[in-house]
Ligand binder design. Sequence first.
Ligand code: FAD
Length: 467
Amino acid sequence: MTDIMWFRHDLRLEDQTALYHAMTTSKDLILLFHVNPTQFIDHSLNHQAFFQAVQFFQTQVNEQMHLQMLYGDIRACFTRLKAAVPSWERIYFNTDEAGFGLQRDQDMIDFFVKNDITVHAYQDHYLHHADLIKNQSGQPYKVFTPYYNRWKEMIKPTPLRTPLNSSIVVKDVLFPKDEAEFANLCASLPQKPFYELGSTAAKKRFKAFVSHYLADYETNRDFPAVNGTSLLSPYLRTGELSIRTVWSMLEFAENSIGKQTFQKELCWRDFYNMIYKENPNQKTDPIKKEFQHINWNKSETDFQKWCQGQTGYPIIDAAMAQLNETGWMHNRLRMIVASFLIKDLLIDWRKGEKYFQQQLIDYSPASNIGGWQWAASTGTDAVPYFRIFNPVTQSEKFDASGAFIRNYLPALKELPDALIHQPWKMTELEESLYGVTLGKDYPHPIVVHKTARLKTLSAYEDSKAYA
Ligand code: FAD
């Protein structure tokens, strides 16, 4: 009897639930990754980073074992697999609980059952899974704080010591053509990885964060110019690092407000996963139905200016430059740019969500949709729709010296602190003094915040009245 261990966004050999079970029960095991080439059509930063991680993982696995690659339409691939390995009887994988991944898993479970393959599916990606935390009436929570209060009390799962037995793993290359196709795809990836790839680098990075930055996390995490957050998100997204390992590494750190706040952030990750599962249409439909009739600004020019960081608001443009250049953006900036797109430009939050999906190397559907609906005030957040960030005061508060802005917008480098947050206040004399001509070296502001804010409030009120 042959078994399959199907890797997906769980690219590691340690503390890996499905792999643990496969290694403990199997006598003849195929390690497998399926590449869906349609996912790579847009060559987005998101997918470039993901396939870089897959390639790195493949190299790592192939040192002692072999990661078989299947390339192409998923059902056709697994049909070929069944024909090539008639003794295949069981499949092991870690499931997704929401969105595209859930749909794919349901379809494939159906396929496996029809083909007499026994499915061993596990939950691996979260500390507490979507169905685990319910309120006293047995219903899912709808807002964060009571969920968090319950989450805090729950005992956290501990890491699994996966017994790696390379002698049971099939090492012959079963699908050389598929491997060649994957190698071709990898040849089109940027040479330089977006971040230091692999489980070892992930652990090293997190260890350093816990030792040097965790205690000050509460104070520093809101300042994009400061090295204050863990940068764990790409590793959690690919599964190069297990969330149970993360939690267990935190246990060794001294108690501090920083540690408590960090743990709370991990709870947001679980919370948004639960919310997405409970609201399967959340990518397209607002949770608060009264905001489904907003008369959005359809201007493609405005949207493109936001995407390209050409809004004339330095904090927005520097943040978008960070996203476009590195594939990652600081959390405070994600909140500011999302608020700006929705509530200054009055552009549909779904467009921003899609742009982030394309650009983020840590793209997680549940967290991204949750974050965008939070910014649009259409989601689970209790704060009303009239919370509208002022991009200038946010900039002054969280990048007071303009260090972050200067780093990403060299044209504004010479501006004094008083002007860096609102360069449109420069006189002609100052323009020539600092070598920046507005409209030439840096854009005029795309909107006036005060006016835009009023327009947005009225669009939200109209939608409420209509509903
Ligand atoms: P740290 O501050 O070190 O936090 C540690 C971990 O906690 C993060 O890696 C993440 O897993 C989790 N976390 C922290 N904040 C949040 C949060 N608000 N929601 C959910 N989980 C959180 N996060 C993603 O992982 N993928 C996304 O696609 C994503 N899109 C977002 C879109 C918007 C509009 C907003 C406002 C937030 C989004 N976030 C997303 C959440 C957050 O911005 C990132 O998790 C964080 O910036 C990652 O950096 P870090 O690992 O250094 O975070």
